[in-house]
Design a protein around this ligand. Structure first.
Ligand code: BGC
Length: 763
């Protein structure tokens, strides 16, 4: 019996049913309602709600989940719905005999829309259980069932996550008829543990006013690319249609730049056929505020056009699963461009932590790619308390894990990805819990996922670390020999034996990394691992190491010639302490030099790059890469005008225009993972031997080219600060803040480590 069924049974109430307009209505939105007359004075009204598709819960015509959108969120279509408990007492007319109305708009998002191409469902439905408590202590339970009414006359004429919205403000619900019970879902309904999506009004961005004649278009620049919802105020004659389209970039109009329109128009080619916006039909009444709320978009620019005269205003409200309260850390430096890069990384997180951690918020993807998630997870832990958000997502991963333990490349499932295991993607099942445990001190995620991790490594180890999945991703989008991109990944003719060998090397590296993280967690988190599991992990570790050493290392401890000139294999060897450290370090440094002092890494190598350079005592090279203005490099992208990290360093260049529109997102957060290095190495703030921040380490790596660096973090124990500044003639002033109840081990260049107690310390 599900938890909600148990609750219902405990109160002697019927279990709520999913209700909607029935299969004939297809994915058309509907509204369901019911009147409730109080039997006495109501002192509490709690509404537990969920849906097959995105819904808006409404009590007496008012939003019952103010500040939130996109309930109940993205989960495995067949296996899980999240139920949200809303306290609606404040909206309830409490008097005995008063009539209240509960209703909900139900739409197809994440259920029967295009992003759910593999879903079991075909029509939207809503489910709610309302619990009223009267002043005398008696209760009433009102559950969704056939006694509710439904109407298809909703102003939302169409809505979907990728589809956007069509809203006709002339339409009022009518033609009410009995609601139809949906039996399309037979998975589990469980209480939401994280991943709600909030409107970030604190980040509101103004577009401006418009006064348009029929056929005119006006373009607005919000100044920041991010996931958001436009807020439109518009006045126009009844029936006039206003079209809002949203884009990340504008066409520059230069010949040969792969523009899809004249200079200054929206560049929409990289949306890969999505409408990227919404239509609003006026009703002739005065200025009306409207914000689509059954979808979301990724954009910086908007165009507004109309087929009749209209006037109004447009603003933009960012949406994210990271609320303002969750943000708990930031890093600022003496270099304006690096500061822009940090801001781009933060907006990448805000945009892509949206119900699930996504690859990008704009095109026809927005999916929980496991690789993208794991590479950014540490950075996210520095910026915000994402423990519950990522706990919820690891539940999606468990729901998506195959019975043999394989973790797919996308969770929850969507129209792209799946399959696996793929090194660096599937390993998210271990890496993400490890990051949350180590950097946020949350053990729950380890306990919740231990079984899934064991099933995964047991399977991978049982294949002898040699899984052949048909395709390869290797170090996705690198600039090295053996690079893999969308033209190579699944193309048998393009995949060389070198690619296959590289993929097997990365498989074994990731497995070894997983095992070490699991041994660390298994030893530290009391009772999580059995003795037998720990012994098995120790054996797997030896096997993985020997497989790596015999397969890809020379007897002298260097990497095999297959990897000559490449940075990423050396990064993994060093990260995992394989081979001869000195030789491989010089190989890495030489590979960077040979590439003109620039990186050549892709999705898996880039997040390791600066970190490993710091670990081998080469922070100056890490800084050189960070500050590099040429291609490829972080600041190269910033110089091209990026306000979020891009899928490619050169997704757009002023010199050559747009990259291939087939896969060109301007809000892909993976490369923003370098922000973690700024916290952990440049400023030097990291958790101590124990997970969490009771004892932490401050080991700054100052560099005069950055001039100044200040990181702060308040992960529930008070604000920690590490700051340094060059004060002239090469001397550095440090400031370290240690909160009450914590202590810091400080490591400064040229001094013995020492321990600092609570206080604000300067050196
Ligand atoms: C996604 C990526 C993902 C990759 C792997 C892309 O389409 O946007 O970020 O990791 O595919 O194949």
């Amino acid at each position: 019996m599900s938890i909600s069924a148990l609750c219902a049974a405990a109160f002697g109430a019927a279990e709520p049913l999913f209700i909607g307009a029935g299969p004939e209505a297809g994915s058309h939105p509907c509204i369901v309602r019911r009147r409730v007359v109080n039997d006495g004075r109501v002192v509490s009204a709690i509404w537990r709600v969920t849906g097959l598709g995105v819904f808006n819960p409404i009590v007496n015509g008012r939003d019952a989940a103010p500040g939130e959108v996109l309930l109940p969120g993205f989960t495995h279509f067949k296996k899980r719905r999240q139920e949200v408990s809303l306290d609606v007492t404040g909206l309830w007319l409490a008097d005995p005999g008063a009539t209240n109305e509960v209703s909900a708009l139900a739409t197809g998002g994440w259920w029967c829309d295009a992003i759910s191409a593999r879903a079991g469902g075909s029509w939207p439905a809503f489910r709610g259980a309302l619990s009223l408590i009267y002043a005398d202590g008696s209760r009433a339970e009102i559950a969704t069932d056939e006694s509710w009414q439904v109407s298809l006359d909703t102003p939302q004429q169409a809505a979907g996550i990728w589809e956007g919205e069509v809203y006709d403000s002339r339409i009022e619900p009518k033609n009410w008829r009995p609601a139809v019970v949906s039996r399309e879902f037979d998975g589990e309904v469980s209480p939401r543990i994280g991943g709600g999506v909030v409107l970030r009004h604190d980040l509101r961005m103004e577009g401006g006013s418009f006064d348009l004649k029929a056929g005119e278009t006006k373009i607005f620049d919000f100044g920041q690319n991010c996931a958001a919802l436009p807020l439109l105020r518009v006045r126009g004659a009844s029936g006039v249609k206003v079209s809002v389209r949203l884009a990340e970039m504008l066409n520059d109009g230069v010949e040969g730049h792969k523009c899809d329109g004249p200079a200054g128009s929206l560049y929409l080619a990289n949306m890969r056929g999505l409408k990227a916006g919404f239509d609003y039909v006026c009703n002739g009444a005065g200025a009306w505020g409207y914000m689509p709320s059954e979808t979301f978009f990724g954009y910086r620019y908007a165009s507004v056009s109309a087929d009749g005269p209209v006037e109004g205003h447009i603003a933009s409200i960012p949406v994210s699963s990271v609320s303002r309260q969750m943000e708990h850390g930031y890093v600022t430096t003496g270099d304006e461009n690096v500061n822009k890069l940090v801001s781009a990384a933060r907006f990448g997180m805000l945009s892509n932590y949206l119900s699930v951690p996504t690859d990008c918020p704009q095109r026809n993807e927005r999916l929980g790619w496991t690789g993208d998630t794991q590479v950014f997870s540490k950075t996210a832990c520095y910026f915000a308390d994402v423990a519950d958000f990522l706990r919820k997502w690891t539940l999606d991963v468990r729901d998506s894990q195959a019975s043999n333990g394989v973790v797919p490349t996308v969770a929850p499932p969507g129209p792209f990805g799946g399959g696996g295991p793929v090194a660096g993607w599937s390993d998210a099942v271990v890496i993400v819990p490890h990051r949350v445990w180590r950097y946020l001190g949350d053990e729950r995620i380890v306990r919740e996922n231990w079984g899934a991790m064991m099933r995964f490594v047991d399977y991978v180890a049982s294949t002898g670390y040699a899984i052949e999945t048909g395709g390869v991703l290797c170090d996705w989008l690198s600039f090295e020999r053996l690079t893999v991109n969308q033209r190579i990944a699944w193309n048998k003719d393009a995949i060389t034996p070198g690619h296959r060998s590289y993929q097997l090397f990365l498989n074994a590296c990731h497995l070894l990394g997983d095992i070490r993280m699991m041994r660390e967690m298994g030893r530290a988190v009391a009772g999580v691992a059995t003795g037998d599991e720990l012994a098995r992990l120790a054996r797997f570790e030896r096997e993985a190491e020997s497989r790596l050493l015999s397969g890809w290392f020379t007897p002298e401890g260097d990497l095999v010639p297959l990897f000559d000139g490449m940075q990423t294999p050396a990064l993994f060897a060093l990260k995992l302490s394989l081979g001869d450290r000195a030789r491989i370090s010089s190989r890495l440094v030489a590979a960077i030099r040979a590439n003109g002092g620039r990186l050549s890494t892709g999705f898996l190598g880039t997040p390791l790059l600066c970190e490993v350079l710091s670990e081998i005592g080469e922070p100056r090279i890490a800084y050189s890469l960070l500050l590099e203005r040429g291609f490829p490099g972080w600041l190269y992208t910033i110089d091209q005008g990026a306000t979020t990290m891009w899928e490619r360093w050169n997704s757009y260049t002023r010199e050559r225009g747009f990259g291939d529109a087939g896969m060109n997102s301007f809000n892909h957060y993976a490369y923003g993972a370098v922000a973690a290095w700024l916290f952990e190495h440049a400023a030097g703030l990291s958790p101590g031997a124990e997970a969490g921040w009771r004892d932490f380490t401050v080991a700054p790596e100052p560099d005069e080219r950055l001039g100044f660096c200040r990181a702060w973090l308040d992960a529930g124990r008070g604000k920690m600060v590490s700051e340094w500044r060059f004060t002239g003639e090469g001397s550095v002033a440090y400031r370290i803040v240690v909160p009450e109840g914590t202590s810091a081990t400080v490591r400064l260049a040229g001094r013995e480590p020492f321990v600092l107690g609570p206080g604000d310390h300067a050196f």
